[in-house]
Ligand binder design. Sequence first.
Ligand SMILES: O=C(O)c1ccccc1N[C@@H]1O[C@H](COP(=O)(O)O)[C@@H](O)[C@H]1O
Length: 200
Amino acid sequence: MADLFVKICGLRTAPDVDAAVAAGADAVGFVFAPGSPRTVDAATARELAARVPDSVLTVGVFRGQSVEEVRRFAEESGVRGVQLHGEEGPGDFAALHAEGRTLLRATAERVERCGEYGEDLLLLDAPDPGSGKPWNWGSEDFTAPEGRWLLAGGLTPGNVREALAATGAWGVDVSSGVERERGVKSPELIRAFVEAARGT
Ligand SMILES: O=C(O)c1ccccc1N[C@@H]1O[C@H](COP(=O)(O)O)[C@@H](O)[C@H]1O
């Protein structure tokens, strides 16, 4: 699955970013949601995003923040994409889309297809994002949405192949599973995750 889309999230340092880019990530995420061990400010994210080539999407991650706050962080940091874990509706997505941003809608709900709210990518995540806990993506009840969707929640280098085989996801997103301790990324685990996900 060499063309599998891979996002590495919760990056806080230059070595984190360099490791994700070198490993071949398609997107890197900076957490602007408050209260996470991975939260960075806009100035830090701007410095980190400057290390990222144009071919790799930079994404700001938000949870329960106003559209005005999302817009302000995105402008100040220069990220090209925003990932929304809140209660935003189609109108909010339309407003952010009009500004040229790539939009990721994160949800723990069952969804039939990507794009229902105007998002570019759908992210199916655990109810407690960033916790490293998997959800029941392997169960018989799970039905994959149509379109471009990313699987997230408790993925690791050790389970990502199984998860892809079970769900047929278009892409994957990981944070906890590439950390040596909570909030601290491991370049080795980042590389191992991308290789395992793509089967390279
Ligand atoms: O990573 C966080 O701390 C975070 C905080 C608030 C919203 C989203 C967050 N991360 C997202 O959670 C999943 C990855 O979770 P996991 O740690 O791999 O289980 C991914 O979508 C991140 O973007």
